[in-house]
Design a protein around this ligand. Structure first.
Ligand code: ADP
Length: 182
């Protein structure tokens, strides 16, 4: 089972990725979490991405390709995976396709968690991380709209998109996601 979770910042992707991955017995792979861990460890990767992340911008497609390629080659991904936070750009969809091709696999589902804009802003301000200003939150939403939202149409055309209403309780959303990929 190879699943991508798509949705704006604040849509609940991280929480739902963990829950769904447990149900599907595949690893939940969050690129945002991987990068934050790298920053916390003070690794070379962390040093390269820290400033970009703090500004709300995206890490370069080239660097992300290395990170994701390495991660998806690990043994725990042999039976599938649930990707949270990747792909985020058109170039990244191509990279993911190439990686899957090399593995002799293909994507099964892209779940799109849709949440109204005003709810996203409300949630973002509630769970604000220390380094997040409202400006950075707005920048993340802007980058999402410009770079990532177009992927919804891309995956819709590919017949892979499963829309799920994310403006409900966490349990209802998890149930709807499971139903969407049955
Ligand atoms: P959010 O806080 O928007 O839910 P994440 O936790 O998924 O975002 O990611 C945090 C930050 O990590 C992003 O704003 C971006 O700078 C970087 N990042 C994560 N995944 C990617 C990716 N696929 N491409 C580029 N940058 C990424």
């Amino acid at each position: 089972m190879h699943v991508v979770l798509l949705g704006p910042p604040g849509s609940g992707k991280g929480t739902q990725a963990e829950r769904l991955a447990a149900k599907l017995s595949v690893p939940a792979i969050s690129t945002g979490e991987m990068l934050r861990a790298a920053v916390a460890q003070g690794s070379a990767l962390g040093a390269r991405v820290e400033g970009v992340m703090a500004s709300g911008q995206l890490v370069s497609d080239e660097l992300m390709a290395e990170v994701v390629q390495d991660r998806l080659a690990k043994d725990d991904c042999k039976g599938g995976f649930l990707l949270d936070g990747y792909p985020r750009t058109a170039a990244q969809t191509q990279t993911l396709d190439d990686i899957l091709d090399d593995l002799g696999e293909r994507l099964d589902h892209v779940i799109y968690l849709s949440v109204p804009e005003e709810e996203l802003v409300r949630r973002a301000l509630l769970r604000q991380r220390d380094d997040d200003t409202e400006e950075v939150i707005q920048e993340r939403l802007r980058v999402y709209r410009n770079e990532t939202e177009p992927l919804v149409a891309h995956y819709e055309q590919a017949g892979l998109l499963r829309r799920v209403d994310g403006d409900r309780s966490m349990d209802e959303v998890t149930a709807a996601m499971l139903e969407a990929i049955r």
